[in-house]
Write a protein that binds this ligand. Sequence first.
Ligand code: ZN
Length: 343
Amino acid sequence: MIEGRIERLHFDGVIDMHFDLPMDLYEKRDRKNILETEFLAEFQAGGISIIAAAIYIENRYLPQNALRVALDQIARLYAETAASERFAICKNFREIQEAHESGRIGFLITMEGVEPLGTDLHQLRVFYELGVRSIGLTHARTNAAGHGGIFAASGSPPQGLTTFGRELLVECERLGIIIDLAHINPAGFEEILSSTTKAPIVSHTNVRRYYDIERNISDEQIKMIGDRRGVIGINSILVSPRQEESTLDRYVDHIEHIVNLIGIDTVGIGFDFFQFIYRQWPESRQKELAAKFATPHFVPDLMNHSHTHNLTRKLIERGFNDADIEKILRGNWLRLFKETLNG
Ligand SMILES: [Zn+2]
């Protein structure tokens, strides 16, 4: 009976606001049909309807190849989408609805760190035309726009944005690009909220109450997002600093903490599933990641999109009603898309 209830809850889709798909497609650029052969089954098993496909540039491509690799990542996403009946790239709310109505999984292209733009504001327009509809100014590192929050309780640069970062905000709001506050340092977070007017998002994060690092968000920051009717997506790989506490229950604790602070209308999913990339790396690279950021603690029953039913089952067990679960799975993101991506 619970399985039937889960099926009904998933019927209108599930939205994941952060997935490092383009970098994987780029690394496999000499192969075809990666989406259908390596991802489709898991997306379908999870009832996934919309995925934010995040352009991210690894350090080894910086600075001189950032633009080239970003364009190639988008090129791969377009080529793979064009080669399949099952996917679509969405640039506005209407296309998001149409993708779902025609039984396709929709991609919303996002950018995690503006390194591809260099310091050229004009290039934002190019990425907008290609479909980028959400931008986080930084990843964990410092770039031309600002500074990322570090993977420790304090210690990131006290400065907010650069002049370029502030100019980017104005242009994003003018074009209709959602501002994503995931990763930005605390000073940048405050500055972005005080200098923009539209609803912001934090696409993939966790609450500092359960994992106290600057990369995650404090209660005060959660309330600031709530005041602005933004949406916060809960990350699956920074649920706890300890592997033994990286459980589905702890993932739901993060959701519940936000609901208790600001209500059910501001929380969604930003799984940031990363194990599929991590497992392809040699041990030396895994160690490098742990030294630079943190060791990712994957939640055993929330490791990829096919596990999404486990989350829904857990939400039911924890007493969430159907209307609330639908808001978490998709409704809150859809409300925000309707308000911000109406162009
Ligand atoms: Zn990230």
